[in-house]
Design a protein around this ligand. Structure first.
Ligand code: C5P
Length: 219
């Protein structure tokens, strides 16, 4: 018997990378398979939630019972998130959003010329931080993939972005694969979930966030 921990709740998630166009055939992106975000979307749907998955370009089918909104760039991702946020009690930012985008995408294919070329980038919005800064924010969950000093960076990010819950992992542990090793950080401390499949980790993350939301015991 699986208790429907998120029955009656609407969850909006972001997943996958974003793709920031340089010209019609090129762009800047991040390495992200989307597997963790999709596993979480599936786990939220199984827990009884209405789920909207705002997804960058990935090679994964939409999970059953999940409404997927496909986007490319960070600006499109932000628009899709805010267009779907009404009534949401939970927002989970799993996407590997590009921090910067080309200041201006070229209308036509850029031709090769000279030994070097320069590309001017401009800062993208921080979607998660914007949602968490709303006057009445949904319960916000962030992800942090770090290559070192996970505890320091993860707790720092959680506090800076004003998130009740952040999921941290070392990039070398999880990228692209079906397994990961994550640590949950909330205001009470850290909870290492150990190494497991992304599907199993997603279930445990849902358990933890439901416990925090419902004001009950941890995990
Ligand atoms: O600061 P950093 O990019 O490491 O934070 C990661 C968290 O913030 C993830 O949850 C990610 O989805 C979210 N994020 C975002 N918009 C950005 C950058 C990160 O929503 N522009």
């Amino acid at each position: 018997f699986q208790p429907k921990l998120l029955a009656g709740r609407k969850v909006v998630l972001t997943a996958g990378p974003t793709f920031e166009a340089i010209d019609p055939v090129r762009g800047i992106t991040n390495s992200s398979s989307g597997k963790m975000g999709y596993a979480l979307a599936r786990a939220c749907a199984r827990a009884g939630a209405e789920v909207v998955l705002v997804s960058g370009p990935v090679a994964l089918p939409a999970p059953v019972g999940v409404r997927r909104v496909a986007v490319q760039s960070a600006l499109e991702m932000r628009d899709a998130v805010f267009a779907n946020l009404s009534g949401a009690s939970i927002f989970i930012g799993v996407a590997a959003v590009a921090d910067y985008r080309p200041l201006k995408a070229a209308e036509h294919k850029v031709k090769k010329s000279g030994d070097t070329m320069q590309l001017t980038l401009t800062l993208n919005p921080d979607i998660l931080a914007e949602v968490a800064a709303l006057p009445e924010p949904p319960f916000c969950v962030g992800f942090a993939a770090e290559s070192r000093e996970l505890d320091t960076y993860a707790q720092g990010k959680r506090v800076a972005k004003r998130l009740p819950l952040l999921v941290g992992n070392l990039v070398q542990d999880g990228l692209g694969g079906d397994d990961n090793e994550v640590v949950l950080y909330d205001e009470n401390g850290r909870y290492p979930l150990g190494r497991s499949s992304k599907a199993e980790l997603a279930k445990r993350i849902v358990d933890h966030l439901a416990a925090l939301l419902n004001g009950g015991a941890q995990r």
